[in-house]
Design a protein around this ligand. Structure first.
Ligand SMILES: C[S@@+](CC[C@H](N)C(=O)[O-])C[C@H]1O[C@@H](n2cnc3c(N)ncnc32)[C@H](O)[C@@H]1O
Length: 309
């Protein structure tokens, strides 16, 4: 919370735009890591101006309705509501994505998973790639846009998340994405892939950070997994072989301490060339393995795991 949530209350009836932005930035200093950017983005939302226009027209006096709108936006942000939910938009890779409270706000560290997938998989082959738990479609949309030869299948258990992901695919006129609603691998039963990628929930139920107003605004199902944050990673590692073609790649984002557990789970599931890779901040963030063991690939999904179909 800010010390001064009503920072715009005691300004003249028709305040100057630049004064409002300055007061908002000061009011957001304790809530936000980037108070000036937040203030400019909120002012841009209320006025329809770009940042450059806000600066160029700083002397302009606001009308009462816009001033009132800004007060409302400032109160929401000062109470800890994430900027992306207020704007309905978030940047990921080089794309602007529509966002609602039905989906996780895409994180910069997830760009590591995208970067590795783009780097490690053949660019021009007609690969089939699944993005499990797609949320806003951040991973799926980026892969589909960056690699038009690939065919992406994006899944989520939440129909409302799939609706947002579809909007984002439409926004970039992507025709190489299909969507499925369902529970992890069950959503793609009888389909086979050259690669499966996912950023599943991996936060423990009792993680104190969940009380942070920013995280509390996000869907709990997008963040929290049972068994101390481990259940969904483990389940995907166990089930993925049945949906992968021989030689297929599984790549999972995870929490900082989960790499060694995930490596063991991938090994037990028959993956090879297993490696945990770091994000841009140097934290272990993505673990991947290849399914070179042919007997494991394309097994009956929810039955025996030791005979090829
Ligand atoms: C951490 S979010 C990742 C969203 C997006 N892929 C990203 O990286 O920004 C996890 C996503 O998994 C979905 N999810 C949770 N449980 C699921 C399940 N059992 N089956 C499929 N998706 C699930 C959530 O709805 C959420 O969209």
């Amino acid at each position: 919370m800010t010390d001064n949530p009503s920072a715009l209350d005691d300004v003249p009836n028709r305040p100057k735009l630049k004064d409002c932005v300055r007061r908002m930035a000061h009011a957001l200093e304790r809530t936000s890591d980037a108070p000036w950017i937040d203030a400019q983005r909120l002012a841009g939302l209320a006025t329809g101006m770009t940042t450059a226009q806000l600066i160029a027209h700083g002397e302009r006096q606001l009308d009462i309705a816009t001033h009132d709108q800004l007060k409302g936006l400032l109160a929401r942000r000062a109470a800890g509501e994430p900027l992306a939910y207020i704007l309905g938009n978030a940047g990921f890779w080089r794309y602007e994505l529509s966002i609602s409270t039905a989906v996780l706000i895409p994180r910069p560290e997830t760009e590591t998973l995208v970067e590795l997938a783009l780097e490690h998989l053949p660019h021009d082959a007609a690969l089939r790639v699944a993005d499990l738990g797609t949320g806003s479609g951040a991973i799926a949309v980026t892969l589909a846009a960056e690699r038009p030869a690939w065919h992406i299948t994006a899944t989520d258990i939440e129909p409302s998340a799939i609706a947002i992901a579809r909007t984002n695919a439409d926004r970039y006129e992507l025709r190489n994405i299909a969507f499925r609603v369902g529970d992890w691998l069950a959503a793609i039963d009888q389909e086979y892939f050259d690669a499966i990628v996912a950023n599943p929930p991996y936060v423990a139920e009792d993680d104190p950070h969940l009380a942070d107003p920013g995280l509390a605004a996000e869907p709990r199902r997008a963040l929290v997994a049972a068994d101390h944050g481990w259940a969904d990673l483990k389940l995907i590692a166990d089930q993925a072989p049945a949906a992968l073609n021989a030689g297929g790649l599984l790549m999972l984002e995870h929490g900082l301490s989960q790499g060694p557990y995930l490596q063991s789970a991938l090994e037990a599931a028959g993956f090879e060339s297993i490696e945990t890779l770091k994000d841009a901040s140097g934290h272990p963030r993505v673990t991947r393995g290849y399914l070179t063991n042919l007997r494991r690939a394309r097994c009956p999904r929810f039955g025996r795991m030791d005979s090829a179909s």
